[in-house]
Design a protein around this ligand. Structure first.
Ligand code: NAD
Length: 437
């Protein structure tokens, strides 16, 4: 099938590449020429496991093209996926400027029946707005489908190739037939394609992210209570997660969620609720708890140094908002670094794949190290902000000799407090025990 994907970022690039991998001819469009030049050479501008191999293979087999030419893409495809940014506006609502502009431009150059499939996360009613905008521009037939994307950065290729479910929001049998055809290779093991109307599909995406964010904030608040009462959140997590009605997934306490999706999607759903006359109280707390969790962690660090971190060298392991990605949008590590720098600390940083992005964001305010042991040399404390696998089993004896003082703030609860105490570290986790927390 001839397809195009407009927006070649974390979602669009994975979607385009995976659709080419299943035999479609795919044209990926972006406005960022620098990005497109890299992609044409088979270089991925983002870190995503497995993506580069697929990108090179499909470029080589000539199923994948990269261009800035939207009219060319529209004329040469029947189905057009939108994977455009929907960043938060001042009031928390999703900014639809990119989606609506592109929709209008598609309408202007359409030369026959097209299906416009929205993969961006957009507020309820967007499919109708896109339809109305295109209808003004063209006399050709078209359908607008809501097909929210559930891939996770760090596991995006696998998630797209083997989705838990595919949600298709449309009432058009013609568009549905095309969507089922495109989706078929990805759901061969029987995972469901869930059909619904466009509005419900739009809400489903926000509902999923908001619920996952709620789990995280709930566990973080519970961890804060555990600290007060001398209980261990990790034991509590295991005890509660074994109830099948609760389940073991997504119950890890830490320094809060980040990334380009959860924070913005929680705020956008809050905004949609409020602008429709409903106050979504649980979700307002989810957002508030997430913000305060980072501040509590900084307070813990500052309190350890008796309220004064001026001149202290604090090493940060992990800058990305989660492991296996170089994405630092709304990363907790950045808030922590900002606060510690403002309080006069010197920051050493290391991230397994995010050094380039980190340097772009933090410049010379931070000293970067390619090696995690070099990063802790001479440090007064180490902060683990992202639970990269590489950080899980370090040589603590070596670290103790390298660090000025062996103090470890474990923002992701990846270490055993007893083991760290044995190794001579002062250990702080999240909700782990009364003494250390
Ligand atoms: P991104 O910022 O990584 O990528 C967006 C791309 O669109 C960029 O390359 C940008 O240059 C390009 N672009 C902007 N305006 C354009 C235009 N007019 N024409 C062509 N290209 C244009 O964003 P992303 O993380 O891929 O997210 C895209 C959408 O998917 C958002 O709505 C997001 O909420 C949603 N989503 C993201 C994820 C995720 O994990 N990142 C998961 C599911 C859904």
């Amino acid at each position: 099938m001839k397809l195009s994907v407009i927006g070649t970022g974390y979602v669009g690039l994975v979607v385009g590449t995976c659709l080419a991998e299943t035999g479609n001819d795919v044209i990926c469009v972006d406005v960022d020429e620098r990005k497109l030049e890299l992609l044409k050479k088979g270089i991925s501008p983002i870190y995503e496991p497995g993506l580069t191999d697929l990108l090179r293979k499909n470029l080589h087999e000539q199923r994948l093209q990269f261009t800035t030419d939207l009219p060319y893409a529209v004329k040469n495809s029947e189905v057009i996926f939108l994977a455009l940014p929907t960043p938060p506006a001042e009031d928390g609502s999703a900014d639809l400027q990119h989606v609506l502009d592109v929709a209008k431009n598609i309408g202007r150059v359409m030369d026959g029946y097209k299906v416009i499939v929205n993969k961006s996360t957009v507020p309820v009613g967007t499919a109708e707005r896109v339809r109305a905008l295109i209808a003004v521009e063209t006399t050709h037939e078209f359908d607008v489908v809501s097909n929210p994307e559930f891939l996770k950065e760090g596991a995006a290729v696998n998630d797209f190739m083997k989705p838990d479910r595919v949600v298709i929001g449309t009432r058009s049998p013609r568009a549905l037939a095309l969507m089922q055809d495109i989706s078929a290779p990805f759901i061969r093991t029987g995972n469901p394609v869930i059909l619904m109307d466009e509005r419900s599909a739009e809400v489903t995406k926000y509902a999923s992210n908001a619920f996952l964010a709620t789990k995280i904030s709930f566990m973080n608040e519970l961890a804060n209570v555990c600290e007060k009462v001398g209980a261990d959140i990790d034991s509590v997590r295991k005890g509660m997660g074994s109830d099948p009605r609760i389940g073991p997934q997504f119950l890890f306490a830490g320094i809060g969620y980040g990334g380009s999706c959860f924070p913005k999607d929680v705020r956008a759903l809050l905004n949609t609720s409020a602008s429709n006359g409903y106050s979504f109280k649980v979700l307002a707390s989810v957002d508030e708890v997430n913000k305060s969790q980072r501040e509590r962690f900084v307070e813990k660090i500052v309190t350890h140094f008796n309220g004064n971190v001026k001149g202290k060298t604090i090493t940060i392991w992990g800058l990305s908002f989660k492991p296996n990605t170089d994405d630092m949008r709304e990363a907790p590590a950045l808030t922590i670094i900002e606060r510690l720098l403002a309080a006069g600390a010197r920051i050493h940083a290391h991230d397994p794949v995010g050094m380039e992005e980190g340097k772009k964001r933090l410049g010379t305010t931070v000293t970067f190290f390619d090696n995690n042991y070099e990063a802790v040399t001479g440090a007064d404390a180490l902060v683990v902000a992202t639970e990269w696998n590489e950080f899980r089993r370090p040589d603590f004896d070596r670290m103790r000799t390298l660090m000025k003082t062996p103090v470890l703030f474990d923002g992701r609860n990846i270490y055993d407090p007893a083991r760290l105490a044995e190794k001579g570290f002062v250990y702080y986790g999240i909700g782990r025990n009364r003494a250390g927390s």
